[in-house]
Write a protein that binds this ligand. Structure first.
Ligand code: ZN
Length: 287
């Protein structure tokens, strides 16, 4: 036994300490002034219905953030001349006079009378004041991954019964770094423009999905599973001596709504999963 061998107890203490760093970092995002400004701006954007999301992506596959003409104005931005709007369905309400059953008085109510096409615009077709950015923007890692990290994680993806595929970009998911498909049993990692360190962090994120989630857990909220997967990626990276905070904090803060309690509540699950991933290794690399 080498003198640097890490015992399971030492490992779990280290994982707990690293997780605490992440939780504290999320808490500090939530208490920043930038977070309130960001929330106020985001509050103005609608959550579109599934049909409208499809319509938006069909007409404008690269759309980043869409809103109506007046919402952009309220955010200090103008739709540029000649911009082509994106047509979506908006509900129409009609006023109806009703008699209140208890008082007998006449009251006005609004009722859905149908839908009409309205136009929204992508942020790329607007100009003016910059939108408040997420105070902890996830930044892709740069540089090389620690030796052996990729091989170790790739072998675990394989043992989990998933086929690992390297692709330039994830089809139909612009900007996504990776995807785990529970039906096809594949894990895809996007490589184009991503450093070696960034790819290995993505691999770990997808491995966590493969181990913790599945088709039967698809009813769990997307927010929760993303917080879990990225927290595991952060912990495992940390144990390998790779600092993933620049990326993981932004990701975990956005999916948790910068709620450190949400992140803390996953502690046991993510620390156990990280310990399992690291279990095959004799020693933690020097940190
Ligand atoms: Zn994910």
């Amino acid at each position: 036994m080498s003198p640097t061998r890490t015992t399971p107890e030492q490992r779990s203490a280290k994982l707990e300490a690293a997780h605490r760093q992440l939780v504290d970092a999320v808490a500090s995002v939530a208490s920043s002034e930038g977070w309130l400004r960001y929330l106020a701006a985001m509050h103005r954007f609608h959550d579109y219905s599934a049909t409208n999301v499809m319509m938006i992506l069909f007409q404008r596959p690269d759309a980043q953030r869409v809103a109506g003409y007046r919402t952009w104005q309220a955010l200090g931005r103008q739709v540029v001349k000649g911009a082509q709007g994106i047509a979506i369905w908006a509900p129409c309400a009609r006023r109806v006079e009703r008699e209140d059953e208890t008082t007998g008085e006449s009251v006005t109510a609004r009722t859905l009378s149908g839908f009409r096409l309205v136009h929204v615009f992508d942020v790329a077709d607007t100009e003016g004041e910059p939108l408040p950015e997420h105070p902890a923007q996830a930044t892709l890692l740069t540089g090389e991954a620690p030796d052996g990290m990729w091989t170790h994680l790739a072998s675990l993806v394989d043992s989990a019964g998933f086929q690992l595929e390297l692709v330039d970009d994830i089809a139909g998911r612009p900007g996504a770094n990776g995807v785990t498909d529970f039906l096809a049993h594949t894990v895809q990692v996007a490589t184009s423009g991503r450093s070696n360190a960034s790819q290995v962090r993505t691999l770990c994120h997808e491995l966590a999905h493969a181990k913790l989630h599945g088709p039967s857990t698809s009813n769990r909220s997307r927010e929760l599973i993303e917080v879990q997967a990225e927290s595991v990626a952060f912990l495992v990276s940390h144990s390998f001596g790779l600092d993933a905070m620049d990326y993981s904090l932004g990701y975990v803060a956005s999916w948790s709504g910068a709620d450190s309690e949400v992140v803390l509540a996953t502690a046991r699950t993510v620390q156990r999963c990280a310990a399992e991933i690291l279990a095959g290794l004799d020693d933690d690399p020097p940190s």
